[in-house]
Each structure stands twice: as C-alpha cells, then as structure tokens.
Ligand binder design. Sequence first.
Ligand SMILES: Nc1ncnc2c1ncn2[C@@H]1O[C@H](COP(=O)(O)OP(=O)(O)OP(=O)(O)O)[C@@H](O)[C@H]1O
Ligand SMILES: [Mg+2]
Length: 242
Amino acid sequence: MPGQGSSLTCDGVTVALEGPRGPVTVLDGISCAFTAPRTAVIGLNGSGKSTLLRLFNALVPPSAGTVRTHGVDPVADPRTARSLVGFVFTDPASQILMPTPLEDIELSLRRAVADRRERSARALDWLRRMGLAERGHHSVFDLSGGERQLVALAAVLAVEPRVLVLDEPTTLLDLRNRLRLRELLDSLPQQQLISTHDLDLAATAQHVAVVHGSRITAQGPPEDVIPRYRHWCAHGFPDDAA
Ligand SMILES: Nc1ncnc2c1ncn2[C@@H]1O[C@H](COP(=O)(O)OP(=O)(O)OP(=O)(O)O)[C@@H](O)[C@H]1O
Ligand SMILES: [Mg+2]
C-alpha cells in the first residue's frame, strides 16, 4: 500500500512539552514515513515513543513540522484523524468508560450499529475473540489488568478503524495472552503502529524504528535494527556522551 494514502508521516516534527522546569524537547525535528503493515517503535523509557504515536491522532500537537495520518493533517482536522486511528492506551483504565466489558464495547459500537440486539451480539463476539466471553457482565474493576487491556483493545477494534495505534499492548499480558494478541494482530487488516518493550513483538513488524535522544536513531527491518538496539542498551547508544 505505497503512497501518502496509507502512510503515517512526520516531516521535521518537534514536540516541546511544558515540564516543571520549563519546556522539554521530547521530539526534535524528526522525519519518518511509516508505510509497513506493522511498524514497531522501540526505545528506552521516556524516549518519546508514546509522544510519537500520539501525534497521529491529534492527542499531541507538533510544536513545529507537519504530521500526516493517511494524508490527513491531525492539527487541521483532528476529528478525521481520530476517526481513522483506533488508539489503544497502555493503561486500559484511561479508556474503559462503562461498568462492564459488554457495555463498554456496545458503547463503542453505538454509532455504527443502530439495533441494540445486533450491537450486543457484535460486542459479545469481540469478547469471544479475546477469550473473555465469560467476563462480559463482570464489573470492569474485577477484571485483571491484562483482561482490561484486552477489553480496551476489543472496544477499539469493534469500530474497524483504518489504522491501529497500540501503545505497549502486551505490557500487562501473560505469555498465553501475548501469543493470542499476536495471532489476533496477524489476522487484522489494519495498518499497525506499535510502541513496545516486547522485542519478540517488535520482531514481528516489517519495520522497526528506534527513538532515542529525541530522534529516530535507527530504522529498518527488525533483523537489522533489534540486534543494534540490544547492543546499545547493553553498551551505550552511539550519540550519548561518554
Ligand atoms: N505532558 C507532558 N508534559 C511534560 N513532559 C512530558 C509530558 N508527556 C511526556 N513528557 C515527557 O516526555 C518524555 C517522553 O515521554 P513518552 O511518554 O513519550 O516516553 P515513552 O518512550 O513512551 O516512555 P515509556 O517507555 O516509559 O512509555 C518523558 O521524559 C516524559 O516525562
Ligand atoms: Mg510510552
């Protein structure tokens, strides 16, 4: 799917956020064009991965430069950018709004599916795909962190966005659910942009980008980029002061 229509691009993008001691440059003049079916963004804690992901659905505006989400400018048209992008947050609590998983997915479907029964059936079907059919009527507060993460993902997938942006989707998951999630992601038609510390997941992407020192310091196929990242984590990043 080449071309701007299926690309997530940044051109000279800087993001400066207000910190307690003045503005902090989180991203510094980065340019990228992610067109692969799955792109993984890796990097140390606090390197700017989540900030980079948030640019594409207008959660964070660039301080300078331009962003395009499948050709749409998220600054000029945040509503369209958000309709294109299904964004799954690291912390499912920031995204689950309803008391039970079933109701939460139904809420997500309220615009797409007018008929209540049909909505309920579709929501249940998504819970089944997540292995959570039995949990549909439980209080979300009684679910484990991993179960909540899967519910949040199901609510996003239910509306069939064109792009899936996942911020550390496997953080809370056990190995079985990680494998299930990988299988699910493999079966989806959406372009995927995933921030992760799970290098096994990153290895399944066609394209991997490393964020470090407010820049994208390496990108390419996983077999080239991940071993370099491992080396830098153990022995220091090339641009860091000795
Ligand atoms: N709203 C904000 N105001 C000020 N600083 C912020 C804000 N949001 C993030 N930051 C800072 O920007 C830097 C990058 O944060 P970001 O969340 O993008 O990192 P990350 O690579 O996703 O880290 P992690 O792997 O821990 O999730 C961090 O130093 C963070 O403290
Ligand atoms: Mg993050």
